[in-house]
Design a protein. Sequence first.
Length: 153
Amino acid sequence: MRFEKSFRRLVHVWSRFSRPMTLGARGVVLDGQDRILLVKHTYASGWLLPGGGVEAGETMAQAVEREVREEGNVEIAGAPEFFGLYFNHKASRRDHVGLFVARDVRVLGPRPPDWEIAAAEFFPLNALPGDTSAATLARIAEVFQGAQRSAYW
């Protein structure tokens, strides 16, 4: 039994560093007033769309639902709509991000800050914070203004 656990751990570590691709999911989440949910991480600058890595055994849609709940304290009620898949070459040579749009949501309450999330707030689309990330602004323009979709995050 002990050998089996050690072997599984070794396989997990090996696969983590040798796999050809990592996968994340982010959400364009709108409340009933057409305001967009943005989050500010403690370890990254600027306001970002909520999201994170897809865990083993979960779909991208499930990942975005989980991440939106964890980072924004917002529950996606209906199925999020898949918008596009992007190569996040700035993060790594193997990272890809699926983007989803969710309009049917329920705010569970204010999201208190913690070690990962400094703030989570809804903003009107015409009044985004000045330090919203360039990638977030590009995705918002693609979703709402018909900007040409990029292959890159």
